[in-house]
Design a protein around this ligand. Structure first.
Ligand code: CUA
Length: 168
């Protein structure tokens, strides 16, 4: 999946300078008659609608469960604090089927608290903000090792903010 995203991004990044080059080279040509902007409104709306459709299609299931209205007590509470550049978890082992509430905060700058499976599949995420606690509930349905990565660029060793959660 990341290989595909990488290839698509590079291809599009390659096309944009070519388009600029094509427009620049055509600047001295006489313009064809008629309103050159007649397609602009249609192109705008096609782009917006296509972008929204792709966003919704590729974000399902939404990696952020509804966090409101939970009145039951969670089975496990884990305090998760982001530091430059590591995660501090009050506990790193849970059981399958337990509802876990992550109480996420930061000791310094904004971090993104994201739980991944196999470092590629984003399961759920929230912001880790200094002076504020975000509550994130999640129930692991399969045993295994999960990774906590940082989703918000937070400085030089941002990529090194990795922790593990073990689900038995
Ligand atoms: Cu912490 Cu990026």
């Amino acid at each position: 999946m990341q290989q595909i995203a990488w290839t698509v991004s590079l291809t599009l990044m390659g096309i944009i300078p070519l388009l600029f080059l094509w427009v620049t080279m055509g600047a001295s040509r006489p313009q064809p008659p008629g309103n050159p902007f007649r397609m602009r409104g249609a192109v705008f709306w096609v782009t917006v609608i296509t972008g929204l459709a792709i966003t919704f299609a590729t974000l399902a299931p939404w990696p952020m469960a509804a966090q409101y209205g939970a009145t039951n007590a969670p089975d496990v509470v884990i305090q998760a604090t982001g530091h430059q550049w590591r995660w501090e978890l009050s506990q790193d082992t849970v059981q399958v089927g337990q509802e876990v509430e992550f109480q996420v905060t930061s000791a310094d700058v904004n971090h993104g608290f994201a739980i991944y499976r196999n470092k590629t599949q984003l399961l759920t995420q929230t912001q880790a903000m200094p002076g504020y606690v975000n509550r994130l509930r999640y129930t692991f349905t399969e045993p295994g090792e999960y990774e906590v990565l940082c989703l918000e660029y937070c400085g030089l060793a941002h990529h090194a903010m990795v922790a593990k959660i073990i689900v038995r």
